[in-house]
Ligand binder design. Structure first.
Ligand code: PLP
Length: 431
């Protein structure tokens, strides 16, 4: 197109057109709704097989690059990036379950996941049974029914820092030919890769450690690529039966990757929680420094937890890095490179001491987020867990004086100085 013979509006939308192939070392951001087809057959081929890129909701090169990166970090076969962690959880569940099906979940999960299971999946006809004692292998086994399609748990759970015995619960799932889905948000693949221990699917809120800087939301589903149609086909008819119009089944077309292919073809783009390529880029950039951050955050968290445990104003510290934590030896078996950055502790002064704490910190930020480079604090009893009964809060380890910390990458001396200043009046009040 000759730029100077066209109208102003035409030039405005066409003059920057760039089909050059410069090789950018950083992942290029393909911030585009769609992709131009080479010719008639290219378009028909894309719609026929799904190969290549046509429209960003169904595939985008920036998003794909980050999916490959996150699959590699989690030792998975393939990954699907979505718009939030919540979208990752619902995409994973709707990939394996439908109306009339059942799932078994740990009680110790993110409140948004619990609400999704109880309020939303229930209305779609998917029922959930919760297991309180996640270390009780028999309790998981006993909860499985003929229509159970998945087990779901978090590798490190908030608020008590419970650790999932991934190999034991993965074996329970496998003996029923169903996947164990692990939310690995708090641990990150730097500390543990659940697929290496017998989980079949991993999900993340990429808004947390993967992106790492508290600026974007995202989520990811990573699959082990080991779906076996012979063993597990009866639990996944949507993967092994021919599709609409006699199309070959997902398993016939994608083999062991049938689950993640179904998530990519038929769940994520249909329900529409597609990530922005810009957010995908930021998640990919964050993931490049994941190991450095989580190592530092874990080291800081251990120092802070030890300091808090020795303080007179503190009743208890639920950090799995402390030898006193009931899951410390399990954590030592599964976590390598640190014990994570998120934990709760309980102040002796109850809710008034907690109020004083969140309103007095200055290096810590009072907000509802985790996995940030900045250290954060939240009072679960009046926020994330406000709608639970006292008995439920007790099971979850949330008392009036409990505070959740997400430790950042700051100099640990500054974090401890902030805590010392804030806790001094609490020490005097409870002395
Ligand atoms: C463990 C866990 N899973 C899932 C989510 C949901 O992620 P998002 O907020 O990105 O939707 C969160 C959010 O806090 C979380 O902590």
């Amino acid at each position: 197109m000759t730029v100077d013979t066209t109208g102003f509006a035409t030039r405005a939308v066409h003059a920057a057109r760039n089909q050059g192939a410069a090789s950018s070392r950083a992942t290029p951001i393909y911030l585009t709704a769609g992709f131009e087809f080479d010719d008639f057959d290219h378009a028909a081929g894309h719609f026929g097989t799904g190969a290549g890129f046509g429209y960003t909701r169904t595939g985008n090169p920036t998003v794909h690059a980050v999916e490959r990166q996150l699959a590699a970090l989690e030792s998975g076969a393939d990954a699907v990036l979505v718009a939030s962690g919540q979208a990752a959880v619902v995409t994973a569940l709707l990939t394996v379950a439908g109306a009339g099906d059942h799932i078994v979940s740990s009680t110790h999960i993110y409140e948004g996941s619990r609400g999704l299971f109880l309020d939303n999946l229930a209305r779609l006809g998917i029922e959930t049974t919760f297991v309180d004692d996640i270390g009780d292998v028999d309790a998981w086994r006993a909860a499985i029914r003929p229509n159970t399609r998945a087990l779901f748990a978090e590798s490190i759970a908030n608020a008590r820092n419970d650790i999932l015995d991934i190999a034991a619960i993965g074996a329970v799932a496998d003996s029923s030919a169903i996947p164990l889905i692990v939310d690995n948000t708090l641990a990150t693949p730097f500390l543990v890769r659940p697929l290496e221990h017998g989980a079949a699917i991993v999900v993340h809120s990429a808004s947390k450690f993967l992106a790492g800087h508290g600026s974007v939301l995202g989520g990811v589903i990573v699959d082990d690529g080991r779906f076996d149609p012979i063993r597990a086909g009866h639990n996944a008819p949507h993967l092994v039966l021919p599709g609409r119009g006699g199309v070959a089944s997902v398993a016939a077309r994608h083999g062991g990757r049938a689950r993640i292919a179904y998530a990519r073809e038929s769940v994520a783009p249909r329900f529409g929680a597609s990530p922005s390529p810009l957010n995908a880029f930021l998640i990919g950039q964050g993931a490049e420094t994941l190991g450095l951050r989580v190592e530092r955050q874990s080291r800081n968290a251990l120092a802070v937890a030890r300091w808090l445990a020795a303080h007179d104003a503190v009743e208890s510290v639920d950090y799995v890095g402390l030898e006193t934590h009931p899951d410390h030896s399990l954590a030592t078996r599964y976590l390598h490179g640190g014990y994570g950055s998120i934990f709760t502790f309980t102040l002796r002064g109850g809710i008034e001491a907690a109020r004083h704490f969140v309103e007095s910190v200055s290096v810590f930020t009072h907000m509802t987020h985790i996995g940030d480079v900045r250290s954060l604090v939240l009072h679960p009893g009046t926020t994330s867990h406000a709608h639970r009964t006292d008995e439920e809060r007790d099971i979850l380890g949330v008392s009036p004086g409990t505070l959740r910390l997400s430790i950042g990458i700051e100099d640990v001396a500054d974090l401890i100085a902030d805590l010392a200043r804030v806790l001094e009046p609490v020490r005097e009040a409870v002395a």
